[in-house]
Structures are given as structure tokens and as C-alpha cells.
Design a protein around this ligand. Structure first.
Ligand SMILES: [Zn+2]
Length: 543
């Protein structure tokens, strides 16, 4: 949009001033800067289809005409944003079994959108390493990666140096423009939706309102804000930038990874990346290397409620396996407050560094919930069940350490195999003296036998074995880890969503890394932990 260019021009003039004040110099000779663009939730298969069908035209040109290379990447297990980002940003295999889980040692749940949880995980698991975004900026990420500036962290306003003020003013120009443009585009979308409803009230089902909400919240406001803020960072020469576009993942959760609305969201993300590319070309002296990657894909799922008789997984487990004599009485779901309210409280209490990162996480995970989905925790009689997506965790709270299957089955004989044979269940994972075990359709498999059972047709069997080994080595993974992926009824999610991820299906695990020609990446990339040394080199450069 030409007006965007005008605003960026104005911003650039301010930035020149910033540069004169000794902010934003080019890197020292021979050094390069790093821009990582993450397209959340995009599998390699969907990207390739989208590129072939003109739904990601810029990325297609980048790869087919500009010589950028697309390298396959395996996301590891779980296929979940926080696990991916901690591994890529710090080079550690994290203890993050999902987006929502329980930590038996701390006796508390970890739920990433909640103020402080992501910060705690990052502090305790980054192992004192230098994050790949140290001194840079992160946008829409779960973790900071060491970034000094998360989006809209106004700490700099408190240091009113001349340069700081000019820099702040420059950023405010961008924010003001996003506010104006966002308001106009939102209004246009609302009017359009109203007109559609007047014209055709019958087909104006709730789905289109959902779409409108997502389009305005994420695809107008957040994407614009991120894109312009990153453009600003590129002009000022921020050494490393990690931006995560959430549009596609959120639309994919709501409608499915190949739904036209999800592909439309991808198309808009593609256009935003093109805008960043243009900015990069305007400041070649800043010498950025552009990487485009995805943290995981999605599987198309059917809801557990539909295939298992209308009860959520946490209820089925208690009704049918743990305490058949108990009814729902006495097993109240965890009281939880509406996410945003908590978030704003945290902001007011000044204990939410990177508050807007958390806000983004609310959108990522709470959208299905806000729009009528469910997410549940149930605890009774020392057993806590958390349903987090296509994955559910069962924790026996009597021990702080993971409880091995031998002890679980002393109390509940044949439990894992019986759960694995029940409707809507794919695999059940447990730990045993002989290593991790996988139960599928009522039968038990050691990791060396997976190829003879649940993963018989998978060419990436080795990656699955490694992923399950990693997952069950995490102290915070449930004593039982239950997946709805590959149930007899298809892929199943335990929460209300169409697209789901965390599990081992091929589209969840297989993603990509697009990188510049002339940059050598060691392949194959079998786990995001391998990205760390590659990206950390830019840190050494920036120092
Ligand atoms: Zn997601």
C-alpha cells in the first residue's frame, strides 16, 4: 500500500536522525544480521501445495527465482510452538511436553498464556545460554530468546535520552499508523460482513463471525503491527529479529490446515513477508540474511466429543477407567479466569515482561475457547488430567517423579492398553523399566517395534522414535501421554478445533527452513535444536 510506504518514509527520515545519534549503524565489515520469519503451524506439504497453486506467490518466487533454498526440517515432539522455540533459541532439548501441562515437582500447571509461566520456563530451562535473539527483537514469540525488546515493551520510554526519545517517536509513528489503518480496515470488514448478512441472512452462519473476529484481531491488527514494527527494526539495524506470524495457525485451528480461509491467511502472511523483503532491499548496507521457517504443521482432526459419546476425555477417563463408581460430582474443573482479564491484571502488577507476547499466546490458544471451544483440567483422588489439544496428560500426583507403568498398572491392571483400545484414542505412551512404551489398538510396543505397529508406513520412523524418546524423557510429560492422532476414527483432538498439533503425524512433524543462497546449513535438520548453532553464529557476529 503506497501510504504504508509514505509512513515508512517518514519513519526512515526519523531513523536517519536516530542513526546520526549513533543508533542503527551498519554491522561491522564482514558481519551479517539475522531476520527469522516464522509462519506458525505451516507444514511443508501445505506450503508446497500453496506455492504450486499461487497461494504463497512471494515465497514461490523466493525459492524458484531468487535461488533461496528450502530444506526439510523435522520439528521433533511435541509439535508445539514453545518446545520448538526453546530448542531453536537456546539449543536445549526442553522439558515442554505441550502447550498446557502439569509440573509435579512444583505442584502447578504450566499454561503458556498465563503471565509468568513462559518467563519461568525460559529462565529455568535456557541453561544460562545466550539466546539467538540477544540484543534484538522478538514479535509474537512464546519466549524472548534474549531479546532486549519485545513488541511494545515501553521500558525505553523510561530512559529519556535524546536518542531514546527520537527512537521512541519513530516507533510511535509506526504504531499510530497501525492504529489508524487497523481501525479503517476493521470498519470496512465489519460493514462488509453486515452487508453480506443483509444480502444473505441464511448463510451468514456463526462461522463467518468467527472469521471476522480472527481476521480483524490477528490478520489486520497483529500482522500490520508486527510487519511495520519489524520494518522499523530493519531500518534501524537491529542485529537479530525473530517474528512469528500467527494468522495461518489460528485459521488452521479453526477451520483446518487446508481450508480456503487458512490458505487466505497464508496468502496475507506471504504478502507481509514480501513487504519486509522490500524493506531489506532498501537498506542493503544492513546486510540481513532472511530465513523463513515453520515450527510445526497441523493435522486435520475430528472432535473427541463426536467420536466418544459426547463426553470430554477428562470425563471419559475418570468415568471408565479411574473411578467408574464416581459421577462428575466432586470433580470440578479448575477455576480459571478469563485469560485477558488475568493478563491485564498481570500488566497492572508489572510482573509481565513481554506482556504482548503473552497476549499473542492468548490468541493462539484461547481463540477456539473464546469462540465456543473447551479446554479442561480435571483432578480427583490424586489424579490430574489435562487435555491440551490432540494430546492429553494423566498425572498420578502421589510421586514428584514420573510414575512408571509397572506402578500404575499395579493399581489399574491393563490400564494403558485398555485406554488405547477405547474410541477416539490413537496411541498411549508410558515409561517403564525397559524404556518408553507405546500402546496402540490395545497392543503394546517397545520403541524398536513401532515400525511393526502404529507407524508401519512412516518413512521417518527414526524421527518418531527419537521424538517419543525425547517426550517421555521430559519430567513434566504425563505419566500417561494420550494422543488422539491416528485413532480408528481418524485424527482426533480433545479440544474443540479442526486443525490440531502436538502429535506425531507426518504433517505435524515435517516443516521447512527457507534460507538464502550462499548460506550453508548442515542437513538433515532432524530437530530444531540444530538451528541454534547456526543462528548463534550471528550473535557472535553482532558482539
Ligand atoms: Zn497452534
Amino acid at each position: 500500500m503506497p501510504l504504508d510506504d509514505l509512513i515508512l518514509g517518514l519513519q526512515r527520515a526519523l531513523d536517519r536522525l536516530v542513526r546520526r545519534l549513533r543508533l542503527g549503524r551498519p554491522p561491522s565489515p564482514g558481519r551479517r544480521r539475522l531476520l527469522i520469519v516464522q509462519i506458525d503451524g505451516l507444514s511443508r506439504a501445505v506450503l508446497e501445495e500453496a506455492m504450486a497453486r499461487g497461494r504463497a506467490p512471494f515465497l514461490a518466487r523466493l525459492v524458484h527465482q531468487r535461488g533461496y533454498l528450502m530444506t526439510p526440517m523435522c520439528a521433533g515432539l511435541p509439535t508445539s510452538t514453545p518446545a520448538f522455540q526453546l530448542a531453536a533459541m537456546y539449543g536445549v532439548r526442553p522439558d515442554i511436553p505441550g502447550f498446557h501441562y502439569h509440573d509435579k515437582r512444583r505442584k502447578s500447571d504450566v499454561y503458556f498464556p498465563r503471565g509468568g509461566d513462559a518467563a519461568h520456563v525460559e529462565q529455568t530451562q535456557a541453561a544460562g545460554r545466550r539466546g539467538i535473539v540477544s540484543g534484538g527483537g522478538t514479535y509474537g514469540c512464546v519466549f524472548t530468546g534474549g531479546a532486549a525488546s519485545n513488541l511494545l515493551t515501553f521500558a525505553m520510554i523510561k530512559r529519556p535520552t535524546g536518542a531514546g526519545l527520537v527512537r521512541t517517536a519513530s516507533k510511535l509513528v509506526v504504531i499510530a499508523w497501525v492504529l489508524i489503518k487497523g481501525t479503517i480496515v476493521s470498519a470496512v470488514e465489519v460493514v462488509r460482513a453486515l452487508l453480506r448478512m443483509i444480502a444473505d441472512p441464511v448463510s451468514a452462519a456463526s462461522g463467518s463471525w468467527k472469521w471476522l473476529a480472527i481476521k480483524i484481531g490477528i490478520s489486520v491488527w497483529l500482522r500490520e503491527l508486527f510487519t511495520l514494527a519489524v520494518a522499523h527494526d530493519i531500518y534501524t539495524g537491529v542485529s537479530t529479529i525473530y517474528i512469528n506470524y500467527l494468522d495461518y495457525d489460528v485459521a488452521g485451528h479453526a477451520w483446518g490446515p487446508r481450508h480456503p480461509r487458512a490458505l487466505q491467511a497464508l496468502h496475507r502472511v506471504d504478502a507481509s513477508i514480501q513487504r519486509l523483503w522490500r524493506v531489506l532491499r532498501r537498506v542493503p548496507e544492513h546486510r540481513y540474511d532472511l530465513y523463513v521457517l515453520s515450527d510445526h504443521g497441523q493435522a486435520e482432526t475430528v472432535p473427541y466429543l463426536k467420536v466418544a459419546g459426547g463426553r470430554p476425555i477428562e470425563q471419559s477417563l475418570f468415568d471408565d477407567f479411574f473411578s467408574p463408581d464416581l459421577t462428575a460430582a466432586g470433580s470440578a474443573p479448575e477455576p480459571r479466569r478469563v485469560g485477558l482479564v488475568r493478563g491485564f491484571e498481570a500488566l497492572r502488577a508489572h510482573r509481565a515482561p513481554g506482556f504482548f507476547q503473552r497476549f499473542v499466546n492468548y490468541l493462539e490458544q484461547d481463540f477456539p475457547w473464546v469462540l465456543g471451544g473447551t479446554r479442561s483440567v480435571r483432578e480427583h483422588d490424586g489424579i490430574r488430567v489435562i487435555a491440551a489439544g490432540p494430546n492429553a496428560f494423566v498425572y498420578f500426583l502421589e510421586t514428584e517423579e514420573p510414575l512408571p507403568l509397572e506402578r500404575i498398572e499395579a493399581r489399574y491392571p491393563g490400564l494403558a492398553s485398555r485406554i488405547s483400545a477405547s474410541p477416539g484414542i490413537g496411541i498411549v505412551l508410558a515409561r517403564s523399566a525397559a524404556g518408553p512404551l507405546c500402546f496402540w489398538r490395545g497392543a503394546r510396543y517397545g520403541l524398536d517395534a513401532l515400525g511393526a505397529g502404529p507407524f508401519a508406513k512412516r518413512p521417518d520412523l527414526e524421527r518418531i522414535v527419537e521424538g517419543i524418546r525425547d517426550l517421555m524423557a521430559m519430567p513434566s510429560a504425563g505419566d500417561l501421554v494420550i494422543y488422539g492422532i491416528d485413532a480408528p476414527q481418524g485424527n482426533v483432538s480433545f479440544v474443540t478445533e479442526v486443525g490440531a498439533h502436538a502429535g506425531p503425524s507426518i504433517n505435524e512433524m515435517e516443516t521447512f527452513l527457507i534460507h538464502p543462497p550462499g548460506v550453508s546449513v548442515s542437513t538433515p535438520i532432524t530437530h530444531p535444536v540444530q538451528l541454534y548453532p547456526h543462528f548463534a553464529r550471528y550473535q557472535a557476529d553482532a558482539a
